[in-house]
Every structure is written in C-alpha cells, then in structure tokens.
Design a protein around this ligand. Structure first.
Ligand code: GDP
Length: 429
C-alpha cells in the first residue's frame, strides 16, 4: 500500500511532521522529487532536526529511507546529513539511493548563484542549491545518473563534452573561471565512492516490497502551487510537487498510490517571489510570523523570513484538487488562538469579477482577496487530543475550511511534536 504526503500550498505546510508521525507504521519512506533546497523540520525524542535531502522517516530503526530517481541528489550533502544524525545519537538509518537518480554537480550550484546575481532584482528567489540548473540539464539530457559513475569510459567522454558547453557559458555569460574536466573527474570519483554503499535498483526494490505487502510513504517537498505545470509559473520549483509524480520519481505504478494525504496549513506562508493574494504585511504579518510554526516562520534552508497571509480557500481548494487529495491534515492550528477574528479568503476579485477557481499567473497577479471573517477562539489548544474538546469557534474554523476545500480533514495538528495530533476518524490510525 502506498500513501503520498504532499503539500496543498506553497510548501512549509508541516509535511515533515506528518511523515515522521506516519512513518511509525510504515516500512519504506521515499523522497521522489526536489533536492536539498527545501527543509523539513522535525521534533522528536532525539531533538529538533532540519532535514533537507533525507526523507522524514530516518528516525525509526524499522524503516528504510529511499532517495528516488526523481530527486536532485547532492552526494556530499547527503553524506553530511547522514553524519549529522549519527553525531546527535540517531541510529544510522538504512538508506538506499536510486541508481537512476541524477547527481547535482558542483557547477549546478555555481550556475544557480551566478544566474540569480545576473538577474539581480528580477531573480526567482532561488535557494541557490543548484536545483533549476540541475533539472534543466536533466531534461536537456546532459545530466549524470548515479549509474554512470560506475562506467569510467562513458564518464570521461561525457565530462569532456559537458565541460565544453558549460565553459562557454562561464566565460562569456558570467565571466567566471572555467571548469577543469580532470578536477571534475576527481570529484566524481569521490562521489562514486561515497554513494556506492547505498546504490540500489529502487524501482525493482519497491516492486518486491509491494508484492510483500509493505507500507510505503512518498514524501513530497514544497506544495501544489510550486509545481512547474500547475503552480504559479514561473515562480515555481523545477520538479513536480504533485502526488502523481510520486509514481515517476519513485518508479512505481500510479495505481498503487491509494491515499493522498494533503497537508494544508491553517494560515498561509510562502517563500520566494510570486503572487500571493491573501498576503498580509506590517505588524499583522510580523505577529503571525513570530508566533507561527515552531519558533517563527523562517526558512529551514535559508533562514529567510517567510511571507505571511490569511488562509486562502481558493488556492487551497485548487491545491487539493491538483494533488488528488483523498484526505487532509490541517496543521499549525494552535498558532491562531491569539486572534479575535480570522479572515479567510474565499474568492478573488479579478477585473471587477469574483472568481472561485485559482487562475493562471497573469490573472493571479491582478487578483484581490475577498474575505469572510470568522470569530476567534482566544485560547491555547495545544494538548487537546479529542476533536470534540476543541473550542466551538475553533471547530467552526476547521469545518468552514473543510467545506470550502471539499476534502475531509481527517487530522488536525495542534503542535509541532509527533503526538500533537487530533484524529477525526479511524481512517489513518
Ligand atoms: P514542511 O517542509 O512541509 O515539512 O514544513 P516545515 O518543516 O518547513 O514547516 C513546518 C514548521 O511548523 C516546522 O517548524 C514544524 O515543527 C512546525 N509545525 C508542524 N506542525 C505544527 C503544528 O501543528 N503546530 C505548530 N505550532 N508547529 C507545527
């Protein structure tokens, strides 16, 4: 049985916490897209961790953690991340890396940095982790697969060919020093030796696991609105953030994904540039940012303050639909207990017309939020374990959101910890 855990919004919905929680009853956790550009924050009995490349299931000793073929694999980064867990007393996780995953090359990080500098004020707000240059190369068919590290002859030929191309750009567009193919070969030999113990035909492994009835979690990064096809293009990430892509990025049949747990944040936050209709500013935003998440809404990778906003039902309904959400986990509800009233964006006004369907980017840029205001509950809800025990206004907020998005909210998260969760029915126990 395969379950996907994905985001309905702009990322940072709390997928890491939900994955860490559900990993307890799972055998295998797979990262299927993205790279070290986004982070999941997890709090458990070993402490507080910001994971970037490893799946959020690495804290259990019964699970196998997999880097699927869809991931941008930064090999030294992965090694450091594994070591940093071991250094903090976490038992060394069992990790497999797909032989079809492609390698994030040192020059991808350089190109990302140079391009952001070249674009200056018009940049995409990249985390400069090399993700966009990586995926460009993958689809331009000049990327390096893990399997290729083990074939010296092919590797030498390809390194030469790719360096010729990259060096023209470095010299003439960015005015930077060229890449030395011999040096790059040396780096790739090191990468080969580092990754060798983990390499696996992941698709075949998962095929067997499915036959044996194992439980597999697919862990998404970022959210629907950052998907390159269905998100706020071009202010998106470079790999698909959708559950459907989980089948491709892990190498499993699409019909095996039975449950798509879509994580929805009880308010909005976003990083990077792009239209954000229900965004708030000034003191109002500062307060929500300060109180938000666990210790404030600041990027797990960059430390950048996140942009803040009220709950956007238009964007979230769309985000759930495009994921194919079968159920929703509503997170960080505890953060909102300080508000007298809670604005919820229920429509967009575009050129004098009210729309309910999330539009393409050109229209989105012109959209103004249409709010309804719900009364606040004005108390702390952390520690509550039963849905009926939540204050009435809090339940009304949850049920209002549920009605707007049209997907059952089966889990309500009211704190960052593993056990801070309220189940509303039996489907996920
Ligand atoms: P992800 O990328 O979707 O995993 O999200 P992040 O880890 O970047 O952001 C979620 C943040 O909110 C983390 O700091 C979590 O510890 C925290 N968090 C998750 N769920 C809750 C919750 O229900 N309440 C509170 N207060 N914090 C939460």
């Amino acid at each position: 049985m395969v379950r996907a855990i994905v985001g309905a919004n702009w990322g940072d919905e709390g997928k890491g916490k939900i994955t860490d929680m559900l990993a307890r009853e799972s055998d295998i956790i797979v990262r299927f897209q993205g790279g070290s550009n986004a982070g999941h924050t997890i709090i458990n009995n070993y402490g507080k961790f910001a994971l970037h490349l490893l799946p959020s299931g690495v804290f259990y000793d019964h699970t196998t953690s997999i880097i699927g073929n869809g991931v941008a694999l930064n090999i030294p980064y992965l090694m450091d991340e594994i070591q940093s867990l071991v250094d903090r007393g976490v038992p060394k996780p069992r990790i497999l890396v797909s032989d079809r995953a492609q390698i994030l090359m040192p020059y991808h990080v350089l190109f990302d940095t140079y391009e952001e500098a070249r674009l200056a004020g018009k940049s995409f707000g990249s985390t400069k982790s090399g993700i966009a240059p990586f995926y460009s190369d993958k689809y331009a068919k000049i990327g390096f697969q893990v399997s290729e590290l083990f074939d010296e002859e092919t590797l030498v030929e390809k390194v030469d060919r790719v360096c010729t191309l990259k060096n023209i750009m470095l010299e003439h567009l960015y005015h930077k020093p060229p890449i030395d193919p011999a040096e790059l070969m040396e780096t790739l030999h090191q990468y080969r030796d580092m990754v060798a113990p983990y390499v696996c035909d992941v698709s075949a492994y998962l095929h067997e696991a499915l036959k044996e009835g194992k439980t597999i979690l697919l862990e998404g990064q970022l959210g629907s609105l950052k998907d390159p096809d269905h998100g706020i293009y071009p202010m998106v990430t470079s790999s698909s953030t959708l559950a459907a892509y989980g089948a491709i990025g892990a190498g499993i049949p699409p019909y095996e994904i039975k449950d798509i747990i879509t994580v929805v944040k009880a308010y909005s936050s976003a990083v990077g540039a792009g239209a954000f209709v229900s965004e708030i500013f000034g003191g109002e935003a500062d307060e929500l940012r300060r109180r938000g998440g666990d210790g404030g809404e600041f990027g797990a990778t960059t430390g950048r303050p996140r942009r803040m906003g009220w709950f956007d039902a238009v964007a979230t309904r769309y985000g759930c639909r495009i994921q194919g959400a079968t159920e929703v986990a509503l997170t960080v509800l505890d953060v909102l207990g300080y508000l007298d009233e809670l604005p919820v964006c229920v429509g967009y006004e575009v050129d004098g017309e009210i729309i309910k369907d999330f539009p393409t980017t050109v229209k989105l840029e012109k959209a103004k939020p249409v709010y309804v205001k719900l009364p606040g509950w004005k108390c702390e809800i952390r520690g509550i374990r039963k849905y009926e025990d939540l204050p009435e206004n809090c339940r009304n907020y949850v049920e209002f959101i549920e009605k707007e998005i049209g997907v059952p909210i089966t889990m309500v998260s009211n704190g960052p910890g593993r056990d801070e969760i309220i189940y509303r029915n039996e489907s996920v126990d």
